[in-house]
Design a protein around this ligand. Structure first.
Ligand SMILES: C[S@@+](CC[C@H](N)C(=O)[O-])C[C@H]1O[C@@H](n2cnc3c(N)ncnc32)[C@H](O)[C@@H]1O
Length: 267
């Protein structure tokens, strides 16, 4: 099925306006990922499909478009420098500061298939040890794509996906369910709350956050979108709160203070 220029830009405009994702340079990606789906589902053109998407915001087709077009690549132990910083700097600080409330609010804001928030939860379990049951450290994990969230909630990963984890974490937090597959144990699943959320929408938070992981998602956004998002997050953070972005990303013109590459702080 051929895509016309007009159809291509219609998709680009729609995805940018609703989700902030800029696909202007991604014609091959759009066609590669959508064409099969359209053919299989009996559509005759991209326009026919987009007519349905645009006229039914919450429809299956609108949800499917984003499930197909987002890039969800992630893996356990990715950019572990942030996890070390969490363990060695942030958590000791917060443990003192929040000793009264014993409530930590950590958000994995583009959590994809769950590797990132589960890793944060494992760091938290390790750090608090026997005291963990006295603290509320549940991690909020959100993503735009319902497909990756379902995967994350199920918590099943192939042997080679959990291979990079330390052996004691594998034993403690995963059960082997077949020769090839492992599943996150219920105790760890309980520590992560998965929700669908579009970062372009007003933040759905009641209480301010101590730590935000916003890693490897802003690469798809334009500068203005990125800046506005970061500033909205700033307003939802506790004073002293930390923001982690991808190690290949950077921020300029922000109220956040630079701490070290890819780590920022609200002072
Ligand atoms: C490459 S993954 C990053 C996963 C993880 N943070 C990491 O660093 O490994 C990017 C994720 O951002 C999500 N995403 C893209 N645009 C979004 C938006 N507007 N709101 C929420 N999530 C979005 C995608 O669905 C995708 O799962």
């Amino acid at each position: 099925m051929q895509i016309t220029d007009q159809e291509f830009y219609r998709i680009v405009r729609y995805v940018k306006a609703h989700y902030g994702i800029n696909l202007e340079q991604k014609r091959v990606l759009i066609c590669g990922r959508l064409e099969n789906y359209l053919v299989r589902n009996g559509y005759n053109s991209y326009d026919e499909y987009m007519n349905l998407v645009e006229n039914n915001a919450g429809s299956n087709e609108a949800v499917n478009l984003i499930n197909v077009l987002t890039t969800n690549h992630t893996y356990f132990m990715r950019e572990f420098v942030h996890m070390e910083f969490l363990r060695d700097v942030i958590l000791p600080e917060l443990k003192k500061k929040e000793a009264g409330s014993k409530d930590l609010r950590i958000w994995s804001a583009a959590s994809s298939t769950g590797e990132e928030p589960y890793t944060i939860a494992m760091i938290l379990a390790d750090f608090f040890g026997l005291e963990h049951n006295q603290w509320d450290t549940k991690v909020l994990a959100t993503d735009l794509s319902t497909r990756v969230l379902q995967h994350a909630m199920r918590g099943r990963y192939l042997k080679e996906q959990i291979d990079p984890l330390p052996p004691n974490w594998k034993r403690r937090f995963f059960s082997q369910i077949s020769a090839e597959e492992f599943e996150v144990k219920p105790e760890l699943k309980e520590q992560v709350i998965f929700r669908q959320f579009n970062l372009m929408n007003p933040l759905p938070l009641k209480r301010k956050l101590h730590v935000v992981f916003l890693r490897n998602v802003m690469i798809y956004f334009e500068d203005q979108t990125k800046m506005e998002l970061v500033e909205r997050i700033y307003d939802f953070m506790e004073p002293g709160g930390y923001l982690m972005i991808g190690t290949t990303e950077s921020l300029d013109k922000t109220r956040f203070r630079y701490v070290r590459p890819s780590i920022y702080r609200k002072l």
